[in-house]
Write a protein that binds this ligand. Structure first.
Ligand SMILES: Nc1ncnc2c1ncn2[C@@H]1O[C@H](COP(=O)(O)OP(=O)(O)OP(=O)(O)O)[C@@H](O)[C@H]1O
Ligand SMILES: [Mg+2]
Length: 287
């Protein structure tokens, strides 16, 4: 007896579609733009299982979570999605595939900062400490801390995006951003989210930045500061050179200039992380 596959509401992504049919790609475009699918003869899609569509907060929360996860995936940093703050008394334990920050990563201070952002958003006010700077040595756990903040903040109603500093400036160059993002869309996206995780500030920049990098980086945080939006920065570098150790390599001020550092420091809190390189194997490699 021939087996008949259930009829898909739309045709294959590639290849021939029936005359007047809709390809997978066109279907997605129409759906993403809220087209009336019934007019195309496409049957209504099933209601979500939780049946909560009448509450607009549900799809909004899903969209926020999706945007956050996509931003982390676009940076190939999927493993950081599992980091959470350690649970407090009375809270559900973490599920087995999640990983809690440890005490070196100051989860209490991070949690307090997220609380202050959530509170400010509820009151439509500006958080007192808008910017959080996490400097620290290589492998000390900064990105895990930053992403734990993002993972918690997005669940608590903030729109959060993750991007590495060097990726952000690369995406502003012609035809460099993923998908169909133009430079202007990239600028708007990262300037307007409630909380931006700007990981590895000056990562891979070993010399004075070009005018382009300096201007775009400064414009981004200028726009965020002016609108009272929060930014979390991580970096392996110092902000400024210390008078007692002037030869300790470049500081951010040497690479991006004083205008950038001054904006980073506006209404900022610093949470230095000190610890060994967590990537080092227990037994040092001999090579
Ligand atoms: N609390 C933790 N428990 C277990 N593993 C952790 C924890 N925090 C971080 N790690 C792991 O340690 C490694 C280094 O952490 P992470 O990438 O956050 O460091 P980093 O300071 O951002 O490093 P870099 O300076 O190179 O960017 C990663 O593999 C990460 O998954
Ligand atoms: Mg990192």
């Amino acid at each position: 007896m021939p087996v008949t596959a259930p009829l898909a509401p739309h045709g294959p992504a590639r290849g021939l579609n029936a005359l007047g049919g809709v390809s997978e790609h066109i279907y997605q475009v129409l759906q993403n733009n809220n087209a009336n699918m019934a007019m195309l003869g496409i049957p209504p899609q099933p209601e979500p299982e939780d049946g909560l569509w009448e509450d607009v907060a549900v799809p909004q929360a899903r969209a926020r979570r999706k945007a956050w996860i996509n931003s982390v995936l676009n940076a190939s940093q999927k493993e950081y999605l599992r980091f959470r703050f350690p649970r407090q008394k009375g809270e559900e334990p973490l599920s087995s595939d999640l990983q809690a920050l440890d005490q070196l990563q100051k989860p209490g201070s991070l949690r307090n900062w997220v609380n202050s952002l959530v509170q400010a958003k509820k009151e439509n006010a500006r958080p007192e400490k808008r910017n959080l700077i996490i400097p620290g040595t290589i492998g000390s756990g900064k990105s895990a801390m930053a992403c734990a903040v993002g993972n918690e903040a997005v669940e608590r109603g903030l729109g959060v995006l993750y991007v590495k500093h060097s990726t952000y400036v690369t995406w502003l160059r012609p035809d460099s951003a993923p998908g169909n993002l133009t430079a202007e869309k990239v600028r708007r996206l990262y300037a307007t989210c409630d909380l931006l995780i700007l990981d590895e500030v000056c990562g891979g920049m070993n010399a004075v930045a070009t005018d382009f990098v300096e201007k775009e980086s400064t414009d981004l945080i200028d726009a965020r500061n002016a609108a009272g939006r929060a930014t979390l920065y991580t970096t392996n570098l110092r902000g400024r050179r210390k008078p007692d150790s002037p030869n300790r390599g470049l500081a951010i001020v040497d690479i991006l200039g004083g205008r950038f550092v001054s904006r980073m420091e506006e209404a900022a809190h610093v949470l230095r992380v000190v610890g060994p390189d967590r990537r080092q194997p227990e037994e040092p490699l001999d090579w």
